[in-house]
Write a protein that binds this ligand. Sequence first.
Ligand code: ZN
Length: 166
Amino acid sequence: MSELLVAEGQVVTVNYTLRGDDGEVLDASTVEDPMAYLHGADNIVPGLEKALEGKAVGYKGKVTVSPEDGYGERDEDDEPNAIPRKAFPPDMEIEAGMTFMAEGPNDEHAPIWVIGVEGDKVIVDSQHPLAGRTLHFEVEVLGIRAASEEELAHGHPHGPGGHHDH
Ligand code: ZN
């Protein structure tokens, strides 16, 4: 049997630390609570996905991802908006960092990110908080397995480290 390598249709479990240009930690997983993603399904930024292609369990490396291969360039003309608090579910605690799907006038859905709460207004941005940033990942591949039919159909992994919201 040949060694399993990171490829399309594999669920890959990684432990990672993401830093900005200044070395500040922007996001991180832990060995106890790693991240699982479905390779080839746009679960992670393209630059990191490309760098992990063909790697085996035990791979450890540093990956620098440009905004273009990360969360996109930042459009400085597209400024954050204030939305009334009452537009959100009343029993939900709204905090910076949360993501919602906003419905447009033609029934289209687009993600919005909460960047703050000011009184009865929620400040949201239609751009990812890390848009325009160069991303510096330290990443280790902890596991690789074939995705189930259901995971392939959903486009994301289930189980530990995967999606738990359905
Ligand atoms: Zn699912």
